[in-house]
Write a protein that binds this ligand. Structure first.
Ligand SMILES: [Zn+2]
Length: 626
């Protein structure tokens, strides 16, 4: 008899309960698979206002509907229920009263009147300004625009969607189109799972750029706030085309019928990074295709979200694979789902030529330094940042260094890089993590499908590639508290993590984008450009002097606060032993703090270790274009 683990037992129990619940729900609704029709009026998208009408086949009697709560890819109960307003239920044109479940806020019930076969549910989606829309473009997420009969598997629910767009707007989506009229687009009937997995972008300034026609269509679809933002330089286009080739060479197969990058370019709306089987939502700044720093950032975003089509959508942790949008997801394997994706999402832009080798190394150095300097690693194992995803993802900035946030991404990256280097060293360069990916994520080409896995499957497949104590390797790095980040990928990969006075390119880009200064590796402080203390490392001099998040630095060594003043003061500590004198506001009080520190500005970089061969250099060599 196969040994059944505790998480599996829990899952079986849940599945049985869920099956019983479904039988009950189907009986109450008196339907098997009637088609739900979702009509969206997006003509007021520039006002952050969408109108949804859902027609649901019903039988008379009590029914319950559900608004999607657990959103795939977000791993959390993040359905924007508070943006659902104006809810009205009608049957034969007459209002039907509804009530919200007093415990499960995402569920609604009503009593369907006798003689009714279809209920109309209408509501408005009022997205927060600056999220999914701008005045010239919108991102349509179907999960925001529908309810469905509660308790039915989303694969078994059939849906037909239709949408009206503002005049002249164009669109792109992986959802198959049935009919495209001048005013309305009708989509083919699909499952509710597929609908939610197939968002669209639309906008006044729009462009579709084919990236590859074979073996299937790959396309970059772009909506922007200006026509100029849609201009693509030949080198950028080449990088995108190479990305498709490199990803397919890495995995050896794909699991989509076509693939669309749904890219929005706006400084005020549409910012996003969310994976789907046959598309990804990629939202960046308006000048992302012309600004060198933003282009580097875009390489990371596209590499990451595209990788998810294989790692996350096709291969998915069993406990993250839920039958509908109500059952809770369990995040303890997110260091695979997001961590491996984070790693490959940096390897692929380097292999594709979107990044120079130096960009890759600076990015790795920034991640390694951040993880190695998390003071929260003294109490929180990596796995807990994943298990607690329901609140770690939305963690505040204050005390983040002590708290640890979504480190399963970044420390996950370091862990997978270390595994890659071990495989390459053990096999004298004959094998690589690529071979794991081909076994785990490859196989024959398929359409969208989900193949679940457990912790044991990871170790087993790694062992098939290269025999090693992978269980011990993973257990030590994932489940145990470790004072240091796993830097073996760097050190055995022929490089050293060093700190110098020269700014790290990725750290500098983040500072500019987020308008803060990252002094984490000198006095242990992250401070906004106006002096507000955002975070401290409790182990380093600023915190030891008494500074804490929420305070505001107003003076540096007797002068008024400025970014230059604090940089100069830190720089001077290389030759001056005097403490840095900070004048600090804490609410309505002001006090002086003396920060004792020597060593000047410090930023992380990778430095070549010539005693070892350059495995990191091998990792980022193109493999599709040799
Ligand atoms: Zn991701």
């Amino acid at each position: 008899m196969t040994k059944v683990t505790e998480p599996e037992l829990r899952r079986y129990r849940l599945l049985i309960l869920f099956a019983l619940f479904q039988i009950g729900a189907l009986t109450a609704l008196g339907q098997d698979s009637g088609v739900i029709r979702v009509s969206v009026d997006a003509t007021e998208a520039p006002r952050n206002l969408l109108h949804a009408t859902i027609r649901i086949p019903v039988k008379p009697g009590p029914v319950s509907f559900f608004y999607p709560k657990w959103i795939p890819g977000e791993h959390s109960p993040t359905g924007p229920i508070n943006d659902m307003v104006g809810l009205k239920l009608t049957a034969h044109g007459k209002t039907v009263p509804w009530t919200r479940d007093p415990v499960e806020m995402f569920a609604f019930g009503c009593d369907v009147p006798p003689g009714t076969s279809e209920l109309e549910v209408a509501f408005d989606d009022v997205s927060q300004p600056g999220t999914t829309m701008s005045a010239r473009l919108t991102r349509i997420k179907w999960n925001r625009l529908l309810v469905y009969p509660r308790g039915i598997n989303s694969d078994a629910i059939r849906v037909e969607a239709a949408i009206k767009l503002p005049p002249g707007w164009q669109f792109a989506t992986a959802l198959p189109v049935q009919r495209e009229g001048p005013d309305e687009i009708d989509f083919k009937e699909v499952s509710l799972t597929e609908l939610v997995d197939s968002p669209m972008i639309a906008g006044a300034y729009f462009r579709k750029v084919p990236l590859a026609e074979k073996p299937v269509l790959h396309e970059m679809d772009m909506a922007a706030d200006s026509p100029a933002a849609l201009e693509v330089k030949p080198a950028v286009l080449l990088g995108w085309q190479n990305l498709v080739k490199e990803a397919n060479a890495l995995f050896g197969a794909h699991h989509y019928r076509s693939y669309r990058f749904l890219l929005t370019l706006s400084d005020v709306g549409g910012s996003e990074g969310l994976e789907h089987h046959e598309s990804s939502e990629d939202g960046v700044g308006e000048k992302a295709l012309s600004d060198p720093g933003q282009l580097i950032d875009l390489g990371d975003l596209l590499g990451h979200e595209y990788t998810h089509s294989w790692n996350g959508k096709y291969r998915r942790p069993a406990d993250l694979t839920t039958p509908d949008f109500e059952q809770p997801m369990v995040g303890d394997l997110l260091w695979v789902y997001e961590g491996l994706t984070e790693y490959l999402g940096k390897v692929l832009p380097a292999r594709s030529g979107m990044w120079a080798p130096e960009n890759f190394r600076e990015s790795i150095a920034a991640v390694a330094a951040e993880m190695d300097n998390q003071s929260g690693r003294d109490w929180r194992p990596l796995v807990d940042t994943a298990t607690a995803v329901q609140f770690t993802y939305s963690s505040p900035r204050a005390w983040m260094n002590y708290r640890r946030r979504v480190d399963y991404y970044f420390e996950g990256l370091l862990l997978w890089m270390e595994a890659d280097v071990i495989i390459r060293r053990q096999s004298q360069g004959k094998l690589a993590l690529d071979d794991f990916c081909r076994r785990f994520h490859g196989g024959p080409d398929t359409g969208p499908t989900v193949k679940t896995y457990t912790f044991d499957d990871i170790g087993k497949t790694l062992n098939e590639v290269t025999p090693y104590d992978w269980r011990g390797f993973l257990n030590e790095r994932v489940n145990l508290v470790n004072p240091h980040a796993p830097l073996g990928g760097i050190t055995n990969g022929g490089w050293k993590l060093v700190y110098t006075g020269t700014p790290n390119e990725e750290v500098k880009f983040n500072e500019e984008q987020r308008k803060f200064m990252n002094l984490s590796y000198s006095i242990g402080l992250i401070v906004s450009n106006d002096g507000a203390v955002l975070d401290v490392n409790p182990e380093l001099p600023a915190a030891k002097a008494g500074l804490a998040p929420g305070m505001k630095i107003v003076g540096v060594n007797g002068r008024v606060w400025s970014s230059d003043a604090i940089r100069e003061a830190i720089g001077a500590t290389r030759s001056d032993a005097a403490p840095i004198d900070l004048r600090v506001e804490n609410g309505s009080f002001q006090e002086n703090y003396k920060v004792t520190y020597r060593g000047g500005e410090r930023y992380p970089h990778l430095e070549r270790d010539v005693a070892k061969s350059d495995v990191l250099g091998e990792i980022i060599k193109p493999r599709a274009r040799q």
